[in-house]
Structure formats: structure tokens, C-alpha cells
Design a protein around this ligand. Structure first.
Ligand SMILES: [Zn+2]
Length: 230
């Protein structure tokens, strides 16, 4: 995965700050420039101490997920809104999307601050990979509707509207995720609350498209929901 450029920038500045402090205590003038200027002068005990301590606390990343099978691959913070759901807004819907792009390319899109788009989860066409890109308490930008974005969890599925490349395993993985979300936030398992992107009022998108098998999907969600402990 490509690294988030913003966090890399922070990392560099954080490292430059530690290096500058170390040089000041060594009796050298404190350098305020970028890391590459000060790095060669770092005394080795400082380098060893830094390696033992890990990255500075300010840049340590929280990689926890809301759904255990998922891996945290964060969207750029410019592509979603921080929130405190369900206190700030009730979570009442799950919105189903198709990426119309490859899994890895879509993750890169979410990391591009120019794209202004994200989803909470993305599932690969094989069902083997689940990425969480936005925390459930935050508002992902996935549906073109601010109102629905504030009240929903968005799940992207690797696929294309006119190509049924997704597998039974992908349906199953998605159904268990959706059932878990429904259990957690008390979302009814029905088609009034589990929507396709196309069904969001005034949507300009047609995903998940006519090949998405809603009957099959909803049966899987219902079955999974009965098994999820609340
Ligand atoms: Zn969509």
C-alpha cells in the first residue's frame, strides 16, 4: 500500500524535532531545517534510544478496527468527517456499493485527499480481504447524500456493475459484516434499511447494479444476524 503522504510528512517533522533536541543537549546549535540536514549528525546512543522507544507518540497510528476480520487501511482524513456516532447521529442504514475498480486501486483512491470519497469498509471480490478505511463513529463520504452519509455505514464491494466477478464468499463475508453492524446499532434487517447506493434518494450512481443478487444477499444477512450475539 502506498503510504499516506500526510502521515509521512508528520513522521519526518516528528523525527526532526527529536533530532534537534538531541543536538541541543550535545552542545550543538539546534537545527530547525528538514530531517535530512540533521540526520547525519545524530549521535548513535540517541539513534539507539529512538529505535527502542519506537515512533514519537504524536505519530503512532491507531490501527484498531471496529470489526475483527478487517484490516485497518485508513482513508485520508480529508475524505471523511470525524464524528461521534451513534451519539451524534443514529446509525440507521447500511449502504451497499460496488467499487467499479480494483480493490487496491480503490484503497489508493481513499488515500488521495483530492478524491473526497471514502467508505467504512471494502471487501475484495473473493471475500478474502476486508479493509476498514473509516471508523464507524466517523462519517464516510460514500453516497452523495449528506443526510444518508451521516446515518449509514458504507460497504464497498470489489466489482463492476456489468460483470458478476464477485463470489459466494464475497456475499457471505459482506453478509456477516452487515449482520454485525445491524446487531450493534439495532438496524432492522430489511430492504428499507439495507440499501443499494442507487436507492439513496437523488443518487447519481447505479451501483450495486442489476447483477447484485438482493434475494441471496438478504437471506445470508438474515441467517448471519440470527447467529450474531448482541
Ligand atoms: Zn456507490
Amino acid at each position: 500500500m502506498e503510504e499516506n503522504p500526510l502521515s509521512r510528512r508528520r513522521l519526518l517533522w516528528g523525527a526532526a524535532g527529536v533530532a534537534g533536541a538531541a543536538l541541543a543537549t550535545a552542545g550543538l546549535p539546534q537545527l530547525m531545517g528538514p530531517e535530512e540536514k540533521v540526520k547525519p549528525a545524530l549521535p548513535s546512543p540517541v539513534r539507539k534510544a529512538r529505535a527502542a522507544a519506537g515512533p514519537p507518540a504524536a505519530v503512532r497510528r491507531d490501527t484498531s478496527v471496529d470489526y475483527a476480520p478487517a484490516v485497518w487501511i485508513e482513508a485520508d482524513e480529508s475524505n471523511y468527517s470525524s464524528s461521534d456516532r451513534p451519539e451524534a447521529y443514529p446509525i440507521e442504514y447500511v449502504i451497499i456499493h460496488l467499487t467499479t475498480d480494483h480493490f487496491s486501486r480503490m484503497l489508493r483512491t481513499f488515500k488521495d485527499p483530492a478524491e473526497r470519497v471514502s467508505a467504512h469498509y471494502m471487501i475484495s471480490s473473493t471475500g478474502a480481504r476486508i479493509a476498514q478505511c473509516v471508523r464507524e463513529r466517523d462519517v464516510a463520504w460514500h453516497s452523495n447524500s449528506v443526510w444518508y452519509n451521516h446515518r449509514s455505514i458504507g460497504i464497498e464491494h470489489e466489482g463492476w456493475v456489468d460483470q458478476a466477478v464477485y463470489s459466494d464468499a464475497m456475499y457471505q463475508a459482506s453478509a456477516v459484516l452487515t449482520a454485525t453492524i445491524c446487531a450493534k446499532y439495532d438496524v432492522p434487517v430489511d430492504r428499507d434499511h439495507i440499501l443499494g447506493h442507487v436507492e439513496v434518494p437523488e443518487s447519481t450512481h447505479e451501483d450495486p447494479g442489476h447483477r447484485w443478487n438482493w434475494d441471496k444477499y438478504m437471506k445470508l444477512v438474515e441467517t448471519a444476524r440470527r447467529r450474531v450475539r448482541t
